[in-house]
Design a binder for this molecule. Structure first.
Ligand SMILES: NC(=O)c1ccc[n+]([C@@H]2O[C@H](COP(=O)([O-])OP(=O)(O)OC[C@H]3O[C@@H](n4cnc5c(N)ncnc54)[C@H](O)[C@@H]3O)[C@@H](O)[C@H]2O)c1
Length: 272
């Protein structure tokens, strides 16, 4: 069912790699809700070619851009405005990558070159995007930027290694930039802290399957799906949340405020 929440709005959606990607679902929902948008991903991710299917389905154009490159991002925001016919109203930052996680390097032995790369791709990229957009004055007043994050920014999840630190930085950039962009242009910036989700990035984490089941058992509503996450992002892009900014918003079926659940105790075999 569509509510036309994004009717007349123009957007940029990063990070749709394949149909499991959270960004993929956001693009489908944004299309259903009447938004028009440009899809973007790292040039190397284009090689899979999956994104073409999404572009066709949603009537969108694709602009390849490495989110670590200010030059690419400048091109992205400039061309997107030309293609869509005006300033941008919503931006999804759905970008995450850690070579340390990929290579299963423990937190206490992090490779600093990989650590720096992870910070650049997964946190600086948000700052760069916002800085480029602000310089070009590319986002409309009351425009909304959403970046995806994970609860490891607040609490320890040993297997999430350097991404925990990187997500903490992402959330901090959201607050700091949100202040300046809010004051000057009324642009809103929030992070959505999502449940574990079976995607390429998620499944690359050691022990992800077990952790997915653990979180599902602890959350009163169960893990939030990628589709549900997409629905939440759409509300944040819409005019119904105009006064929400600089927040880290949990979208996790109640996981983050649950200490223990009966289901989990039963699973552990220690029910009273
Ligand atoms: N999957 C989960 O369990 C989970 C939970 C909470 C938050 N998140 C976050 O959601 C976001 C999206 O991840 P996902 O789970 O949909 O996985 P995904 O692998 O589908 O998406 C990650 C995207 O980042 C893109 N990317 C990597 N390097 C890039 C670069 N240099 N420039 C531009 N794009 C680049 C990839 O091509 C890919 O499309 C990430 O920020 C991730 O940390 C995921």
């Amino acid at each position: 069912m569509s509510y036309n929440l994004l009717k007349g709005k123009r957007g940029i959606i990063t990070g749709a790699l394949d149909e499991n990607s959270i960004a993929w679902k956001v693009a489908e929902k944004a299309n259903e809700e009447g938004g028009t948008f440009v899809l973007t991903n790292a040039p190397i991710a284009m090689r899979m070619g999956e994104i073409n299917k999404l572009a066709e389905k949603t009537g969108s154009q694709i602009i390849p851009a490495d989110a670590t490159s200010v030059e690419d991002l400048t091109e992205l925001f400039t061309k997107s405005q030309e293609i869509l016919g005006g300033k941008i109203d919503f931006v999804l930052h759905s970008i995450g990558m850690s070579v340390n996680i990929r290579k299963k390097i423990p937190y206490t032995e992090l490779n600093y070159e990989y650590y720096t790369k992870g910070i650049d791709v997964s946190a600086f990229s948000l700052h760069k995007m916002l800085s480029v957009a602000k310089k070009l004055d590319a986002i409309n007043e009351w425009g909304s930027v959403v970046a995806l994050t994970y609860a490891a920014a607040q609490r320890v999840y040993p297997f999430y290694t350097d991404m925990a630190d990187i997500k903490a930085m992402l959330e901090s950039i959201t607050r700091s930039f949100g202040y300046h962009y809010g004051i000057e242009k009324k642009v809103r910036i929030n992070t959505v802290s999502q449940s574990p989700t079976k995607t390429k990035a998620g499944s690359g984490i050691k022990g992800f399957g077990d952790f997915f089941d653990y979180a599902n058992a602890l959350s009163p509503l169960g893990n939030a799906s990628a589709e549900d996450c997409a629905n939440y992002c759409i509300t944040l892009f819409s005019d119904l949340t105009r006064m929400v900014t600089m927040q880290n918003l949990y979208h996790d079926g109640g996981y983050s405020t649950t200490g223990v659940s009966d289901v989990l105790l039963k699973k552990l075999g220690i029910e009273g």
